[in-house]
Design a protein around this ligand. Structure first.
Ligand SMILES: Cc1cc2nc3c(=O)[nH]c(=O)nc-3n(C[C@H](O)[C@H](O)[C@H](O)COP(=O)(O)O)c2cc1C
Length: 183
């Protein structure tokens, strides 16, 4: 099952990219990952799309999502919700024709420095995924609170519970993807 990953932080030392790297290293056999670039997208402008068509970065993103068997979204929580960078990417990818989220299995992970580990962002993201008809895995959830303590200086995930949650989620995700006919 080939997975396109969207990481909702552009920060160099992002805990969420570290989480993505941990997921790629903990993945069971048969699961491959590739991160899509969402940092070079312009801000969504429907005039731009209507008059000039999709900008190249948006077309690439749409193609990457369409070609994937499944999606992994790893994101921080900003002000109790989805970071603008990630929402902008979803908005670009979600427009017609052939919006590529429809029927796509999705796994969600998040790391935050706060105590709730992105729970509020994840609920808002699930709401958005309903509109685009994506099919997010319900459980196990991966929420990494107090992220400064969960990674070492080299960016490796050292929190045992978080590693176990990622491993369990990816195993369930393979089964979810198969059940939905992907992979
Ligand atoms: C604009 C902004 C809003 C934030 N809002 C929240 C929040 O609502 N909940 C939370 O737990 N952490 C919040 N944080 C802290 C983030 O969890 C922290 O910056 C985290 O490291 C971001 O993820 P990253 O390391 O992948 O960039 C916020 C940070 C920023 C920059």
């Amino acid at each position: 099952m080939h997975v396109t990953a969207l990481v909702g932080s552009l920060r160099h030392r992002s805990y969420n990219r570290m989480t993505y790297n941990a997921a790629a290293s903990l993945a069971p056999d048969g699961l491959t990952f590739e991160e899509a670039d969402i940092g070079s997208l312009p801000l969504y402008d429907d005039d731009l799309r209507a008059q000039q068509g999709y900008p190249p970065a948006a077309s690439r993103l749409r193609e990457r999502i369409a070609a994937a068997d499944a999606l992994l979204i790893v994101s921080p929580e900003y002000n109790y919700s989805i970071p603008g960078v990630l929402k902008n990417a979803i908005d670009w990818a979600s427009r017609p024709p052939d919006q590529p989220f429809k029927g796509k299995p999705v796994a969600i992970m998040g790391a935050s420095t706060g105590r709730f580990g992105t729970v509020r962002m994840q609920h808002h993201l699930r709401q958005t995924l309903v509109f685009v008809e994506a099919l997010p895995l319900a459980k196990p959830e991966v929420m990494i609170p107090f992220a400064e303590q969960a990674f070492d200086a080299d960016g490796r995930l050292i929190d045992k519970a978080a590693r176990e949650a990622i491993t369990a989620q990816l195993q369930a995700f393979v089964a979810w993807g198969r059940r939905l006919g992907g992979g």
